[in-house]
Ligand binder design. Structure first.
Ligand code: DC
Length: 216
């Protein structure tokens, strides 16, 4: 059983993906963490958003140590912005594709896999059993992200978070390779008015039950 969850930044897709995986005892892969880890390697090597060496980026992807995807360092907005730039490089995506497909084909639990990202239902796993597209209004997502950063005691302004998120959204949606978009057979959930993640989970579970009744 493979569940693909795509969506925009701070839409709630990661929370949903983790909860769905826990519900069924499936394994979860946060594919954004792969792009973030590549970006962090480049930042550590002195790169910045105006100076990306494509060869170096491809090399960082092909020799990625997966332990890096588990570090707190990849969770900054600086890394997120560079991840979105690096993610627009076709050969970088190609390097990470096999890894994502291998995880879905043989998840450690042997039961099922939930992957979240931008192109899971469209490119990585077009034959996934169930596909979701999670989105919310830009202002609301930026507000959520601002709150998270303030809670983590980082000093941020809503205005800056909004501008960064808009730039990242535009890049992710308009790039020529594997842009962020809903797969034709995905169900879209707009979380703008759903702060309680339990409501989103209930909606998702009832959709999974409709599509694959034996999983409940
Ligand atoms: O989901 P996230 O915010 O951690 O993702 C960081 C960036 O990685 C995002 O802006 C675009 C890129 N990404 C992608 O292009 N494809 C994916 N499947 C996952 C993430």
């Amino acid at each position: 059983m493979i569940i693909a969850i795509d969506g925009s930044a701070a839409s709630g897709k990661g929370t949903l993906a983790k909860r769905v995986a826990a519900e069924f005892g499936y394994d979860y892969l946060d594919t954004g963490a792969l792009y973030r880890a590549v970006a962090l390697r480049l930042l550590n090597a002195g790169a910045n958003s105006n100076k990306i060496d494509e060869k170096q980026a491809v090399n960082a992807a092909s020799t990625l140590n997966l332990l890096l995807t588990q570090t707190a360092e990849i969770r900054t907005d600086k890394v997120a912005a560079l991840a979105s730039i690096v993610a627009a490089i076709g050969p970088v995506r190609a390097e990470l594709l096999a890894l994502q497909r291998a995880f879905a084909a043989a998840p450690p639990s042997g039961r099922g896999a939930v992957l979240d990202g931008r192109d899971i239902g469209t490119i990585v796993l077009p034959d996934a059993n169930v596909k979701f597209f999670i989105d919310a209004d830009l202002d609301i997502r930026a507000e959520r992200r601002t709150k998270e950063l303030l809670q983590a005691e980082q000093s941020v302004m809503f205005r800056d978070v909004l501008a960064d998120m808009k730039a990242r959204d535009d890049r992710d949606r308009t790039r020529s390779v594997a842009p962020l978009k809903a797969a034709d057979d995905a169900i879209t959930i707009d979380t703008s008015k759903m702060d309680a993640s339990a409501v989103v989970l209930a909606l998702a579970l009832s959709h999974i039950d409709r599509v694959c009744p034996s999983e409940q």
